[in-house]
Write a protein that binds this ligand. Structure first.
Ligand code: 3PG
Length: 187
């Protein structure tokens, strides 16, 4: 997984270029396009075709149907807010990385049983942040986390400093990248 995983919500397919080029300009070559909008599948397909230098995945995948649609569109990784056994099975079969949301020891144990050792920790700010990650790492030293949800410039560095943090997810990457791009074009 890339170090930074921008959580992308594409409302209209036509916004895809603006968002992905802003991310690229800010040095981020990854995008988790979320299944929260009707055009998510098409946006993933468009992104995979037109941005072959980027690692494009699908987020907010909550069932097998969305997972299959995302993979069909070319998604290179799948992220869920929680853990879905059916999504995990499809991803394993297709050999595509799956990052389920896990915040409790039971959920982490379920992920391990499915052969998954990197999980999304979501919503990170609500479920105890770095303190919780450190506590969970004691019984699960083999697990890596992608804290997401409430992560921003004010706390990203403390998460990055912890060696069990594989990557950081967040919508703030998109916001920042677009702001930077607009500043440049205005100035
Ligand atoms: C997600 O689905 O990962 C979250 O909505 C991202 O949370 P954030 O907007 O607080 O970064």
């Amino acid at each position: 997984m890339e170090k930074f995983v921008p959580v992308v919500v594409i409302k209209e397919l036509s916004e895809t270029d603006k968002i992905l080029s802003a991310l690229k300009k800010s040095g981020i070559f990854c995008a988790e396009i979320t299944f929260r909008t009707p055009c998510a599948r098409d946006a993933i397909e468009y992104a995979c075709k037109n941005y072959p230098d980027m690692f494009i995945g699908a987020g907010t995948v909550i069932n097998a149907q969305q997972c299959s649609a995302a993979l069909d569109a070319g998604a290179q990784f799948i992220v869920s807010p929680g853990l879905s056994v059916s999504v995990a099975k499809i991803c394993k079969e297709k050999n595509v990385p799956y990052y389920p949301g896990c915040v409790t020891p039971t959920e982490i144990m379920q992920a391990l049983e499915l052969g998954i050792t990197t999980v999304k920790f979501f919503p990170a700010n609500v479920y105890g942040g770095l303190k919780a990650l450190k506590a969970l790492s004691a019984p699960f030293p083999q697990v890596k986390f992608i804290p997401t949800g409430g992560v921003d410039r004010s706390n990203i560095d403390e998460f990055l400093a912890f060696d069990k943090v594989e990557a950081i997810g967040g919508s703030f990457f998109v916001k920042e990248a677009i702001e930077k791009m607009e500043e440049k074009s205005n100035g």
